[in-house]
Ligand binder design. Structure first.
Ligand SMILES: Cc1ncc(COP(=O)(O)O)c(C=O)c1O
Length: 390
């Protein structure tokens, strides 16, 4: 059988995070490893009521096949929300997908031939490497600084390599929690404008800002780009709904690619989510998530400052679900992982998040999916492991 698999399957590794999560299934382990939202944040009752309404009142339509583009009122809702935030988007420029992860796959399918260049952040979202990797591109990476990418390096890379895509996560990035400043957003748009490279801006965390002021998407300064969104972090990931916003020419290709993949996204789920979004107080729901995650982030950052040894630093994200820890030069977070598991605490070593030249002294901690007691106890355990390795 081995000889029958397509070449691409030998080049794309299994998700390292998923492998790590298997180790952490033991209930004694406190895991900061996964990228899961807090289930206490899900609108359980509201979704149950919305589902019941759809199934009672609209089941003939909701259980039927539907259009590839997605449920029109849901696309209108998304477009209006963008417009309210100052980004002009039409409902026809929205394609509903099976999570934003499918959006990444479709973008890869539409743009990438083997050996085409893709620029990603250094570090970047692991599953984007996996999704684009299926189309066998050449990855290049651009260093992420405190306020966004190294724009000199980005400009040089675009000139030298002429990549097809630049993929980035400007809000509370997974894995680092870093956000681009407004200046960097404008600068990135300027660099990309005449470059012949398409910007793919991924924004699943933008609504979970718990500090600071909202910043416009780069698409605002570069309308001819692709913007991905998701309901996973603001409603629930199990529903598997996200979207791609793109202009007519790209949208046409994305729709063809999606038709070939799965005809359309779960229509029943689209109507339920639309019911939730339009019949309940969504702002109140979002505030609940923001308050919860802010408290958890504060606790994790404060515990790190209190218990971690000198020489270990971490980012202090203004939103999202992750923070990024840097150990002293030369210290391996993979080695720390083994010690941490013995202390019954887990995280994801940073190595997993680099498309090239991994920095071994980094690691990602998730703060959204642990309660306050576990955050303090888990950081104490991690501090014990750190004392041993340092
Ligand atoms: C940056 C980024 N993009 C995309 C996704 C995929 O999300 P979805 O559940 O919408 O497929 C995630 C999920 O963690 C993510 O962190």
């Amino acid at each position: 059988m081995k000889d029958l698999f397509a070449d691409r399957m030998s080049k794309v590794p299994k998700s390292f995070v998923r492998e790590i999560l298997k180790v952490t299934e033991d209930s004694n382990i406190i895991s900061f490893g996964g990228g899961l939202p807090n289930p206490d944040s899900f609108p359980h009752t509201e979704i149950a009521e919305a589902a019941s309404k759809v199934l009672t009142l609209e089941s003939r339509e909701a259980l039927q096949y539907s259009t590839t583009e997605g449920y029109k009122p849901l696309r209108e809702y998304i477009a209006q929300r963008y417009c309210k935030g100052g980004l002009k988007v039409d409902a026809d420029e929205i394609l509903i997908t099976n999570g934003s992860q499918q959006g990444l796959d479709l973008v890869g399918k539409v743009f990438l031939n083997k050996d085409d260049g893709v620029v990603v952040e250094h570090p970047t979202y692991l599953a984007a490497i996996q999704a684009f990797g299926m189309y066998e591109p050449k990855f290049h990476s651009v260093k992420l600084m405190e306020d966004g990418p190294d724009t000199v390096a980005l400009e040089n890379l675009l000139k030298k390599e002429k990549p097809k895509l630049f993929y980035c996560v400007p809000n509370f990035q997974n894995p680092t929690g870093i956000s681009y400043s407004e200046d960097k957003r404008r600068e990135v748009a300027g660099i990309l404008r005449e470059s012949g490279t398409v910007l793919v801006e991924d924004n699943p965390y933008g609504e979970i800002r718990f500090m600071g002021k909202d910043l416009p998407p780069i698409k605002k300064f570069l309308p001819d780009s692709v913007l991905l969104g998701s309901f996973s972090k603001v409603v629930a990931p199990g529903i598997r709904l996200g979207w791609v916003a793109a202009g007519e020419e790209v949208m046409d290709k994305l729709v063809t690619a999606k038709q070939a993949s799965d005809l359309h996204s779960n229509y029943l789920a689209q109507r339920i989510v639309h019911g939730f979004l339009t019949q309940y107080d969504v702002e109140k729901h979002l505030d609940k998530i923001r308050t919860m995650y802010r408290r958890q982030r504060d606790l994790m950052v404060n515990s790190i400052e209190k218990y971690f040894p000198d020489g270990v630093t971490c980012t202090k994200p203004e939103g999202g679900m992750f923070l990024w820890v840097t150990l002293p030069e030369g210290v391996s977070s993979m080695e720390l992982f083994d010690l941490a598991i013995k202390e019954n605490v887990a995280f994801v070593p940073g190595k997993a998040f680099y498309a090239e030249d991994p920095e071994i002294n980094t690691m990602r901690l998730n703060f959204s999916n642990s309660n306050e007691e576990k955050i303090v106890e888990g950081i104490k355990r991690l501090a014990n492991a750190l004392e041993k390795i340092l």
